[in-house]
Design a binder for this molecule. Sequence first.
Ligand code: UGA
Length: 436
Amino acid sequence: MKISVIGTGYVGLVTGTCLAETGNEVICVDIDKEKVKKMRNGEVPIYEPHLDVLFERNIKAGRLRFTTSLEEGLNHGEIIFLALPTPEDEDGSADLSYVLGVAEDIGRLMNDYKVIVDKSTVPVGTAEKVNEVISKNAKCDFDVVSNPEFLREGFAVDDFLKPERIVVGSTSERAIELMKKLYKPYVRSGNPIIIMDEKSAELTKYAANSFLATKITFMNEIANYCEKVGADVSKVRIGMGTDSRIGKRFLFPGIGYGGSCFPKDVKALHKSGKDDNYDFKILESVIDVNATQKLALLPKIKNHFKDNLKGKTFAMWGLAFKPETDDIREAPALDIINELLNEGAKIKAFDPEAMNNVARKCGDKIEFSKTMYDALQGTDALIICTEWSIFRTPDFDKIKNNLTDNVIFDGRNLYDLEDIKKENLSYYSIGREAII
Ligand code: UGA
């Protein structure tokens, strides 16, 4: 099939590349000339495991092309994906100006029937708005479909090629048939394509992300309470998670959720509720608890160093908001760095992928190291902010030989307490006994 994807951000690029992988002819459109030039030369603008291989293969095969011309994109595709940013407005709502701006252009430029697919996470009622905006200038038939994406950063290619489910929001038989045909190769294992109306599809995305953020936040509160009463959250987690109604996943406590999706989507759903006279009390609490949780290590650090961090140097392992990504949006590490710098401390950081992004943001306020062990040299303590696999089985002797105060503050509960006890280290984690 002929497909166009407007917007080559994270979602657009993965969507375009993975749609080409099953033989579709895909054109990706972006207004950023430099980016388009680089992609034409085979350069992948983001870090996402396996994307580079698919990207190269499909460009070589001529199935994946890039342009800055919306008109070229529109002439090409019978299905047009909108994968445009919906950033957070000052009041927490999703800013739709990019989506509606492009919809206006589509209305003017479209010459034959198209299915316009909203892939971006957009508030309930957006498909209706897009429909209205396109209708103003449209000279031909079209349908607007809501098709939210559920990709996780770090697993996006796998999630796209083998989705647990595909949600298609449409009331047009013609559009539904085309969407089913497009997605057929991706649901060979029998996973469902769930058809519903546009508004329900739009809300499904916000509800799913907000539910997961709530699940994590609930566990973070249980973890905080475990510390008060001397219980161990890793045991509570297993005890709870084996109930199939609860499930094992997304119960890992830590220093809060981050990234480009959960924080933005929880706030946007909360704000949409307010606009529609519905007060999502639970989401308000989730937002508040998460903001505090991102700094959950701070009181432990301050307490350990008797409120005097001036002149102390901290090694920091992990900067990205989660492993397998270079994304630092809403990353807890950034909040911790700010607080520590304000207290007069210094930081030596290591992250396998995210150091360039942090360097752009923090400049020379912190030092970066080539390896996780280099980051330890001349430091007093180690702080762990991201659970990269490489940090899971470290050489504890190297840690002890470098830190002047043998202490680890672990925001991701990477180590078994029993193992740590053998190492003669002080160790603070989340929701578990502190080893001092
Ligand atoms: C999330 C959803 O999982 C995707 O389904 C969705 O498509 C995507 O948002 C989106 O809206 O585009 P992502 O932001 O890539 O994906 O990351 P997740 O793996 O879901 O993690 C989100 C945050 O929750 C991270 O900060 C992670 O550290 C935290 N988390 C996750 C926990 O603190 N504990 C857990 O048990 C799981």
